[in-house]
Design a binder for this molecule. Structure first.
Ligand code: FPP
Length: 255
């Protein structure tokens, strides 16, 4: 049996022939509950969550995922207590300082999606620098959804399209689904094949609403900071057995 090893705990069993999603979305939920279970402040949960994001990147890169989009801060998260919002902003800045050398070693390019223009200057600066210094990396793209909302993204796409119509560059009759996709924040990133949501909730919470039309969904009771290699492998195992019909018939029925 051929085993691809990267650490004792994280071994890919090559004989298993898992189907790996090209594009994967992860809703990193459950930091608060993880902390509460340990009688720690919520900030400790977010810190453990950030640490786990680094692990997820490594595991996804080694599995051969090409685009990993993670939900780190939603347009609705501003309604949390100021302390918690500040913790998440600080953690965001700290994350790149602390982990970018490791992401570089793994060949991981970083990009950001969301209403980035509306973020404080210090955060915008981090996004700009992070994208610039990693743009040559080839193994996998890590796309961090920060101040991201699926509905807001669709609104922004519509605004761009309306501008094109107003400037006489586009006819209303020519607006198609492709036009909307082309005007999303990162039009070159493929729609997610699979979306993973830890922590037991069974909803998208405004994550990649347009892009997830035909995504497979996989939920797990495991809280995000505990979501490791084994849980990721289990999700890929489930994905391998899914019959993706995209509204058509399965291969079996077409025979
Ligand atoms: C949801 O869990 C999680 C968030 C709102 C933040 C996600 C952020 C991280 C995992 C770390 C940040 C990483 C970077 C790069 C900034 P929750 O707090 O709603 O958990 P709960 O539902 O258990 O309360």
């Amino acid at each position: 049996m051929a085993i691809l090893g990267f650490g004792k705990k994280n071994t890919i069993n090559e004989d298993e022939q898992l189907k790996i999603p090209v594009s994967l979305g992860v809703i990193m939920d459950g930091n608060g509950r993880w902390a509460k279970k340990r009688m720690l402040p919520r900030s400790a949960g977010h810190r453990a969550g950030a640490e786990n994001l680094k692990e997820l990147c490594r595991n996804c890169g080694n599995y051969g995922v090409k685009y990993l989009t993670v939900y780190a801060f939603s347009t609705e998260n501003w309604s949390r207590p100021t302390d918690e919002v500040n913790t998440l902003m600080d953690l965001f800045v700290e994350f790149w300082e602390k982990y970018d050398p490791e992401l570089e070693q793994e060949g991981i390019r970083v990009r950001f999606t969301g209403d980035i223009d509306a973020l404080p200057d210090r955060i915008k600066e981090v996004c700009k620098k992070g994208e610039e210094r990693s743009k040559h990396r080839q193994k996998m793209q890590l796309i961090v959804a920060f101040n991201y909302g699926g509905r807001r993204e669709i609104v922004h796409s519509c605004q761009n399209i309306a501008r094109l119509v107003k400037e006489g560059k586009l006819n209303v009759e020519d607006i198609s689904e492709e036009t909307i996709s082309d005007n999303l924040y990162l039009p070159d990133v493929p729609d997610p094949d699979l979306i993973i949501r830890p922590s037991g909730e069974q909803r998208l919470s405004n994550f990649l609403l347009w892009e997830s039309a035909y995504s497979e969904l996989w939920v797990s009771d495991c809280l995000w900071p505990d979501f490791g290699f084994d849980e990721l492998t289990e999700a890929f195992r489930a994905y391998t057995n899914r019959d993706r019909r995209f509204g058509g018939l399965s291969k079996e029925d077409n025979k």
